[in-house]
Each structure stands twice: as structure tokens, then as C-alpha cells.
Design a protein around this ligand. Structure first.
Ligand code: ADP
Ligand code: GLC
Length: 477
């Protein structure tokens, strides 16, 4: 079986802030079926370290970006792991990327440069005789690996694929860190990793990885445009021939309405009713005949939930109710708390709660995802699987995964949800009104739910695409 090293800064179920973790956690299982074994290189955060049983030390470093480090080999949660245990970088309380002050840890460049450096060292030296045929790198936190590998070895290099999950995060560092980060002076150039006078880790990956992918075909096209490229669209246009979009899947064992321990199991939409009643009770809402919309999301500018705040009065006027679970920017948290105070039809839970997110998917009638940009998005996929109709902005993966209920799609009986564009509060209101209309036609609504639940959202198709890409990289002379 061919071997790949997947390198990510988070990986479910061990450590998660967003969808990247779900993807990094699900990919190894999905790729195994395609004839590829993935080992996953992760930082040794406290939660990861405490999950390891029988870890074996396979490499040591006296000084890796400011302190001693060890590489551990272990198995946990069905994953074949390599863990970078570097207490000076990863053994700390608080959020993964942010300190208690809500700001990025000042040494984030060193933390993930160390991860990337170790990925390259594994590619070049192997670990205990094991060597990957391919490096699969995720986001900026792993993006320096191709450059480090180039610097370490003048011989044959292990080919690399960089997957962009979100172009908004670049991994910027001051040029004064060049030496500390073990980066070569020659690379501080606009054609390499220099970016407006600073070091840009993601750019290094976009330039030096052999192939690039992102998590939906639409986002792959959007990334080439200045509105979406976040300053890196020019770099991506140069590499257009090497960039593909492969949709994320969801883990259908974790998200399975027929066998989800958090909910009253169901296989057809008419059996969702108990979950709906429980959810209304759990959120302290009043039972109503109108649609119950849900949101499970990070609360950031990207997610467009300020637009939803504007759309709420019109939706409530039509008998709608909304339950939101999320956390993130303090201003957005405060705005949502205030909305719940002001409107009895709106209920909000601020925080992160995996179990509740399952109950919401099971009990909701519709899931709202009004993102300004969305590389792929996973919650609309959970919605489909649980017969919770997605109402989404027409962008990125949201455009690629939901079949919009326009006249043609309704006539052909293929629609699975609602989309709106341009991404404004007015257009979102329009989509929510279409949702209310559709909800009133109960037989039609139930047909849409059945189609949604039958829509393929698992990994098989996408894993086959990744396998083809892996093959193309490893079969080159
Ligand atoms: P992103 O990675 O941009 O946050 P995705 O839709 O790809 O967006 O993935 C988000 C993941 O995080 C999903 O699995 C979603 O259910 C989960 N999630 C987000 N916020 C919360 C929350 N407050 N509680 C529980 N799960 C959450
Ligand atoms: C990012 C994106 C999200 C995507 C996830 C996993 O966090 O914001 O759209 O689904 O990565 O690829």
C-alpha cells in the first residue's frame, strides 16, 4: 500500500476548532479504501498528548525553534499518528491559536514552522525505515514543508500536495524571524515567500508545493479572483494549471441519523418530529407551526451571520423561529445575545458543543449558512444528511453541494435547498421567504427532505479524486 504523510494543525476527534479538523480526521479512513495509508503529523497539544497510549519516541531534536522536541509514534482514535511533542511550543492552556487576550500567540510562526520543518525532516530522513511517498499538507500551518524539504535535500524529493482550506489565514511573520524560522534568505523575494515586506507561510506553500488543491471546485475558481484571493490570487493564477477543487465529505458514521446516540434515531423525515419537539424545549422556544431554522457556526465576519440578524424580523413575521449555537468574535456574540433578548422566537447558545450540534441538525427544519465566502462548509452537508434543508449563500462549496430550488429543479424534483446571490441581507430575506413558502406545502417539503437525505455527502467520490491526484504526483518520473 502506498504511504502518505498528512500534516495538519488540528484533527478530529483529538483537537478541533473548525472543519479542517473534521477533514484531517476523516481523510485517513477514506483514503485507506483507495489503497493509500495515511499517517498524520500533529502538534503535541495537551489534549493530543493525553490521548496517546503507548507512544514511542522515534526522533529527538535538541533545539527546534527554541527548545527541545521529540517525535512520537502512536495510535489514537483509529489514527496512525506522528506527534510533535515540543512543550515550549504546544504545551499551553487556552485556544489553539489564540492566547487569553484573544490575540494570536506571538510565536505562532515558530510553532507551525516547527511542524512544517518536522514534516520535511520525515520526508527526507524517514522514521524508523518508514518514508512517505507523498506529503499532504493542510493550510498555512503546514505550508513551509516543501521549501524546507528543498533546503534539506538536493536529491530526490517526496512530492507534495497543499490543500487550502481557507485562504484568509496566511501565517505572516516579521522578516526579523527569517533565521529563527530556518528560512533561506534567497526566499525573501516576491517570487517566493516575501509578501509586502513580511514572511508569508501560505505563499511559500503555494509557490513550492508540487500541486495545490482546495475544498470545492467553485472556491478553486473564486480563488483566482481578487475578491476572494485575499492578496494571493496572483500567485494562484500563476499556478492555475496545478490547482484543483475537491469537495469535502462528511464522516457518515459520526453523522448518521439512523444511529446517532445524541438523537431519537430516524431514517425518514416524518420521524424527525420528536427531535424537533426536544430541540424547541431545550432552547426554551414556544412550539409553533412555522419553520425552525438552526445555525451552528464560528461567529466571524466570514460566516455572514450579521446578515441573518438583519433578516430575522421578516422571518419571524412569517412564523419562523431560530436556534443558534456558536462562538467567536465578542461583538457578534453580544449582538446574537441581544437578538435573543429582544425576540422570543430567537434562542442562542454561545459556546462550543458537539453533542448539541447533533441535536440541532436532527431537530431543525432548515440550516442557514449565509457565508460571505465558504471554501466548502460542512454544516450544510450535515443538514442534507439529517433532512434539515440548507439555505445557503451561492459561494464556494455552498454553491457546489446544494441543488437550488429554482423552477426547473422543482419541476424535475431534484432541489435539495435554497441559495441566494448576491450575498446581501435583502437576498437572504428573499431566500428565507421562499423557505417559508415551501414549508407551507407539506408534501412538497417532505419530498425535498427525502431528496436531501438521499444526496451523497460521504467521502467516497472525493477520496477517489484525491487518490487520482496522489497517483499523478507519485507516478511522475
Ligand atoms: P469552518 O471550518 O469555516 O468553521 P465548516 O462548516 O467547514 O466551517 O466546519 C465547521 C465545523 O465546526 C462543523 O463540524 C461544525 O459543526 C463545527 N462547529 C462550529 N461551531 C460549533 C459550535 N459552536 N459547537 C459545535 N460545533 C461547532
Ligand atoms: C475551512 C473553511 C470551510 C471548510 C473547512 C474544511 O475552515 O472555512 O469552508 O469546510 O475549512 O475544509
Amino acid at each position: 500500500m502506498k504511504q502518505a504523510l498528512s500534516v495538519a494543525s488540528e484533527c478530529a476527534p483529538l483537537v478541533k476548532t473548525g472543519g479542517l479538523a473534521d477533514v484531517a480526521g476523516a481523510l485517513p479512513g477514506a483514503m485507506e479504501e483507495q489503497g493509500w495509508h495515511l499517517r498524520t503529523l500533529l502538534p503535541g497539544y495537551p489534549t493530543v498528548m493525553s490521548a496517546l497510549k503507548k507512544a514511542k519516541e522515534v526522533r529527538t531534536e535538541d533545539d527546534l525553534m527554541g527548545g527541545p522536541a521529540r517525535l512520537l509514534a502512536a495510535k489514537a482514535s483509529g489514527l496512525d499518528l506522528l506527534v510533535l511533542d515540543a512543550p515550549h511550543l504546544f504545551e499551553r492552556r487556552g485556544a489553539l491559536y489564540l492566547g487569553a487576550d484573544g490575540k494570536d500567540w506571538p510565536d505562532n510562526p515558530e510553532r507551525y514552522a516547527a511542524l512544517s520543518w518536522m514534516a520535511a525532516a520525515i520526508a527526507v530522513d524517514g522514521v524508523e525505515g518508514w518514508q512517505p511517498d507523498l506529503l499532504h499538507l493542510h493550510d498555512w500551518q503546514a505550508a513551509l514543508a516543501p521549501l524546507y524539504q528543498r533546503e534539506m535535500s538536493d536529491g530526490k524529493r517526496v512530492p507534495s500536495l497543499l490543500t487550502v482550506h481557507n485562504i484568509a489565514f496566511h501565517g505572516m511573520a516579521s522578516v526579523t524571524k527569517l533565521k529563527d524560522l530556518r528560512l533561506p534568505q534567497w526566499g525573501f523575494h516576491p517570487d517566493a515567500f516575501e509578501y509586502y515586506g513580511q514572511i508569508n507561510a501560505l505563499k511559500a506553500g503555494l509557490v513550492f508545493a508540487d500541486k495545490l488543491s482546495t475544498v470545492s471546485p467553485t472556491y478553486a475558481r473564486e480563488l483566482l479572483r481578487p475578491e476572494f484571493g485575499m492578496g494571493l490570487d496572483g500567485v494562484l493564477r500563476n499556478r492555475r494549471a496545478d490547482l484543483v477543487g475537491i469537495l469535502n465529505g462528511i464522516d457518515e458514521t459520526i453523522w448518521n441519523p439512523a444511529a446517532d446516540p445524541q438523537i431519537v434515531a430516524f431514517t425518514t423525515p416524518d420521524k424527525k418530529a420528536k427531535n424537533r419537539a426536544h430541540l424547541i424545549e431545550e432552547f426554551g422556544l414556544t412550539p409553533s407551526d412555522g419553520p425552525l431554522a438552526i445555525v451552528v457556526s464560528r461567529l466571524t465576519e466570514q460566516k455572514g451571520l450579521d446578515l441573518l440578524l438583519e433578516a430575522l424580523p421578516a422571518f419571524i413575521e412569517r412564523g419562523g423561529q431560530l436556534a443558534l449555537l456558536g462562538s467567536g468574535e465578542p461583538e457578534l456574540e453580544a449582538a446574537w445575545r441581544a437578538a435573543a433578548e429582544a425576540m422570543p422566537q430567537v434562542a442562542v447558545r454561545i459556546g462550543y458543543n458537539e453533542a448539541l450540534s447533533h441535536r440541532m441538525m436532527a431537530g431543525g427544519d432548515a440550516v442557514i449558512v449565509p457565508s460571505r465566502f465558504e471554501p466548502c462548509g460542512l454544516t450544510q452537508l450535515y443538514g442534507l444528511r439529517y433532512g434539515t434543508i440548507p439555505v445557503v449563500a451561492m459561494t464556494g462549496g455552498l454553491a457546489d453541494t446544494v441543488i437550488r430550488a429554482n423552477e426547473a429543479a422543482l419541476l424535475a424534483d431534484v432541489a435539495t435547498g435554497f441559495q441566494f446571490f448576491p450575498i446581501t441581507a435583502d437576498e437572504l430575506i428573499g431566500a428565507m421567504m421562499r423557505l417559508c413558502d415551501a414549508y407551507e406545502d407539506r408534501p412538497g417539503w417532505e419530498r425535498m427532505q427525502r431528496r436531501a437525505m438521499a444526496h451523497p455527502v460521504g467521502w467516497s467520490t472525493s477520496a477517489a479524486h484525491y487518490a487520482a491526484l496522489y497517483e499523478s504526483l507519485t507516478s511522475q518520473p
